[in-house]
Write a protein that binds this ligand. Structure first.
Ligand SMILES: [Zn+2]
Length: 130
C-alpha cells in the first residue's frame, strides 16, 4: 500500500468494496501534491457506477458531468484528483486489460480484491509519466 494513504482512507476503501459486493465499487482519491512531487490523499469519494446491473462486476464507468462538477469543487478548495479506486469482486487485485488501456499517466490506481469473506488484497499501481 502506498504511503500516501492513511488508515482512515484505506478503511473507507475497504468498506466501499465490501458494501458494493458482489458488485463493483469505484471512486476517486482526492488530495494535494507538494512541490517536491509527494502526494497526500486526504479524501476518498465513492462515485456511482454507471454500468447497468448485469455488467456491474465487469467494469465501471463514471458520468463525465459528475466528474466535471467534482473537479470544479476541488479546484476551488485547492485540491485535485490524485487517483481512482475500484474493486474486483471475486477477482485478483491486478489490472485488467481494460484497466491498463484506460490508465491515465501519473494517477494512482487502487484495486481491491473482495470476496464474500471480505477484503482479500489491495494493490496500488501507477503508470509513469512519459
Ligand atoms: Zn478493474
Amino acid at each position: 500500500m502506498e504511503s500516501a494513504f492513511n488508515k482512515k482512507i484505506s478503511a473507507q476503501l475497504e468498506f466501499s468494496a465490501k458494501n458494493a459486493y458482489p458488485g463493483e465499487c469505484c471512486g476517486i482519491l482526492i488530495g494535494m501534491r507538494s512541490k517536491n512531487g509527494e502526494i497526500e490523499i486526504t479524501e476518498a469519494r465513492d462515485l456511482p457506477n454507471q454500468i447497468p446491473d448485469a455488467k456491474k462486476n465487469a467494469h465501471f464507468l463514471t458520468d463525465p458531468l459528475l466528474l466535471y462538477q467534482v473537479e470544479k469543487e476541488l479546484d476551488e478548495r485547492g485540491l485535485e484528483i490524485l487517483g481512482v479506486y475500484h474493486s474486483h469482486p471475486d477477482c485478483k487485485a491486478i489490472l485488467s486489460k481494460e484497466d491498463l488501456e484506460n490508465m491515465v499517466p501519473g494517477l494512482l490506481y487502487v484495486i481491491l480484491s473482495v470476496t464474500k469473506d471480505g477484503i482479500a488484497d489491495i494493490k496500488c499501481y501507477r503508470k509513469n509519466l512519459v
